[in-house]
Design a binder for this molecule. Structure first.
Ligand code: SF4
Length: 290
């Protein structure tokens, strides 16, 4: 590892020390799946939490909790013990007027029934559907699942909520987040899917990760798409090939917690560990194009 990479790694490790903390985790949708006791219950909660992970964090987390409330403390068993018709009827009654921004209760019923269907086929939840076959690239199973959901879910579902396919160049932030949660075993993730290696994951690029990654030279791209996600992941893999996404939570929460003003100045950057490697405000760190 060269001197510049070593310096960046030191700074990113310091960032993790600052942000990989329980108070930061409270402001992350992963905090909801973590409250469930068994792996399959955590998977159902993660499937819902990742799908609804857009918009302001605090109300979004409240919406995820309310979305899962009708399924009790064992959502996987709840879904396994009911026919699709029973589950749809009881969920509809239990969710009432629930909504989260663009998602309504009927949308959430459709999403939970999709998990129920996938679990009935595999007998082991979602993991077998996202497991690469021999020599297959990691993104192929995700692409297959997305294409399948586009066909099975109501016609407007995909266009309203975006069921992005990684092979079409999308960043697939929410799918990448779900995979990180379930595959990584390092803090704060669940580490319960063992058929995929943490080294094969791609970073879930949100606005904050895209912005800070540009500031510190992990990417030079302007659009937060699949290519940017791959570029950032490759840069992080040069610092930790076995677990490049160990930096994701800290990079994201520097922004989520409102600690990055987007202009490198001692007076406003506080004690940001990235200060010595940050180019925010210089021409080489132009704004992210949405
Ligand atoms: S702008 Fe300031 S707070 Fe944001 S990454 Fe750069 S040094 Fe850190």
């Amino acid at each position: 590892m060269g001197t510049a990479a070593a310096a960046l790694k030191t700074r990113l490790d310091a960032l993790c020390q600052q942000y990989d903390t329980p108070p930061a985790l409270v402001q992350d949708p992963l905090s909801v799946p973590l409250t469930y006791a068994t792996p399959l219950d955590r998977e159902v909660a993660a499937f819902v939490a990742a799908h609804l992970a857009y918009g302001r964090v605090a109300p979004m987390i409240r919406a995820v909790r309310a979305a899962l409330a009708p399924l009790g403390s064992h959502p996987a068993d709840w879904l396994r013990l009911r026919t699709p018709e029973e589950a749809a009827r009881e969920l509809t009654a239990g969710l009432g007027a629930w909504c989260w921004r663009f998602h309504t209760a009927p949308d959430l019923v459709v999403w939970l029934l999709a998990w129920q269907r996938l679990d009935r086929e595999s007998g082991q939840g979602l993991e077998p559907h996202l497991m690469p076959r021999l020599e297959e690239a990691t993104d192929l199973p995700l692409s297959r699942l997305v294409q399948r959901l586009r066909l099975e879910l109501p016609p407007t579902y995909g266009s309203r909520f975006s069921l992005p396919d990684p092979l079409e160049g999308a960043a697939c932030k929410r799918w990448r987040m779900l995979l990180r949660w379930l595959v990584r075993s390092g803090w704060p993730d669940l580490g319960q899917w063992t058929s995929l290696s943490p080294g094969s994951l791609i970073i879930p690029v949100d606005t904050h990760v895209a912005r800070v990654s540009r500031f510190i030279g992990l990417t030079s791209r302007a659009t937060p798409d699949g290519r940017m996600a791959s570029e950032i992941t490759a840069a992080l893999a040069r610092l930790d090939a076995a677990d490049p996404l160990r930096y994701d939570f800290a990079l994201s929460h520097l922004g989520i917690l409102g600690d990055c003003p987007g202009m490198r100045q001692r007076s406003t950057c506080g004690g940001c560990p990235l200060y010595s490697v940050c180019r925010a405000g210089s021409k080489s760190a132009a704004p992210i194009r949405r």
